[in-house]
Design a binder for this molecule. Structure first.
Ligand code: NAD
Ligand code: TYD
Length: 365
């Protein structure tokens, strides 16, 4: 009897009910896949509104797993969020749902405020109201971005204690959500962790962001719109390595902590674009230099942050995480994925995408 009780306690302890938000999007789909496959004893609930960026095809390989459920909902709908917490009694949250594209935030900041700030506060309140903070069995994991730290010159790196200095409506909304998470930790004792990651790339990224947009345009022989002179710098990380970091932080971090995650992999946009063009030439059997002819310099993004660069030494030192892929290898895998998932690409670049493209770039997609 005693042994049985002990056994069921252990089982109970391992059976975590985890709400992952934004799991039909780019990074969220990789996080959901990792957790569903690696932890069959956990119950994973994927809550997503399925905006233009959310796509159930991103996770169709795991949708029939026993430990997986999908919940279609909008995090800015407070009543719906409360109702779902009441029904499912989630113990843990990994929060990725967000409006995520800087260019869209410049056109429509309010949508970023509603999802990224109001939506996050709705989730925080639902956790606050349904969790007993004393028992140590809960965690709100907030997934954020390095863009909250602002823009660097060609010197220096963002560390965990770098003061926030967001410059775009997107980064301001993410900074606001980070502040609310810390405020709930401080005021109500809500157990939380936050990670701030650099630019991700890899399979399933919506082709509005630089790398998948340019892969799609190169494939279709369309112009490559480089903002300004192409000398802005980003630090790129393969998405599966971000998902691995989230897994390690979720399981290994003390509550109340923040980790920076980055690729140790800085590229000037134009240099990256040239490497991408050359790799695409090889894969498409074009002569070297052909795709680079598609490069067109266009009007710069308003308030374009010059450089982001993460110092990810703390997560390496404390949790043993580091990127597993070299950039050229990750880029090659990414291109292969887009070239062999033509249906996915065609589906997501029809409909609303055509209007977005025309409106933003003044050209047909
Ligand atoms: P994404 O745009 O590809 O996916 C966002 C997902 O959230 C989509 O599935 C969308 O349907 C869902 N969503 C949007 N609004 C919602 C709402 N109101 N209610 C419920 N679901 C909603 O974004 P991503 O690139 O996968 O980014 C995921 C998270 O990681 C975001 O919080 C982003 O700020 C952060 N992040 C992204 C990067 C990057 O390079 N992409 C880097 C660092 C941090
Ligand atoms: P993006 O993928 O939008 O990510 P973020 O702005 O969040 O870093 O853009 C990456 C870089 O590429 C950024 O410096 C802006 C630039 N860029 C272009 O030059 N042309 C484009 O069409 C896009 C979408 C981005």
């Amino acid at each position: 009897m005693g042994i049985e009780t002990k056994g069921s306690e252990i089982k109970e302890d391992r059976m975590k009910k985890i709400l992952i938000t934004g799991g039909a999007g780019f990074i969220g789909s990789h996080v959901v896949r990792l957790f569903v496959n690696k932890y069959p004893e956990y119950q994973i609930f994927n809550l997503d509104k399925l905006t233009y960026a959310g796509n159930l095809r991103n996770i169709e390989d795991i949708e029939s797993n026993q430990n997986y459920s999908f919940l279609k909902a909008d995090i800015s709908d407070r009543g719906k969020v409360e109702e779902l917490f009441e029904i499912h009694k989630f113990d843990f949250v990994i929060h990725l749902a967000a409006e995520s594209h800087v260019d869209r935030s410049i056109k429509n900041p309010l949508e970023f405020l509603n999802t990224n700030i109001v939506g996050t506060v709705n989730l925080l309140d639902a956790c606050r109201n349904s969790w007993n903070h004393e028992n140590g069995k809960h965690l709100f994991y907030h997934v954020s971005t390095d863009e909250v730290f602002g823009s660097l010159s060609d010197q220096g790196f963002f560390i965990e204690s770098t003061p926030y200095d967001p410059q775009s409506p997107y980064s301001a909304s993410k900074a606001g959500s980070d502040h609310f998470v810390r405020a709930y930790g401080n005021t109500y004792g809500l157990p939380f962790v936050i990670s701030n990651c650099s630019n991700n790339y890899g399979p399933n990224q919506f082709p509005e962001k630089l790398i998948p947009l340019f892969i799609n345009n190169i494939k279709n022989n369309r112009p490559l719109p480089v903002y300004g002179k192409g000398d802005n710098v980003r630090d790129w990380l393969y998405v599966v390595d971000h998902a691995r970091a989230i897994d390690m932080i979720f399981h290994g971090s003390a509550h109340g902590k923040t980790y920076n995650i980055g690729g140790f992999n800085e590229w000037k946009n134009l240099d990256l674009i040239k490497v991408l063009c050359d790799l695409m030439d090889e894969k498409l059997g074009r002569s070297k230099g052909e795709s680079q002819n598609l490069i067109e310099f266009v009007t710069d993004r308003s308030g374009h942050d010059f450089r982001y660069a993460i110092d990810a030494s703390m997560i390496k030192k404390e949790l043993g995480w580091e990127p597993s892929l070299q950039f050229e290898e990750g880029l090659s895998k990414t291109i292969d994925w887009y070239l062999s998932n033509d249906e996915w690409l065609k589906e997501v670049t029809s409909g609303e995408y055509l209007n977005y493209y025309k409106n933003h770039y003044g050209a047909e997609a």
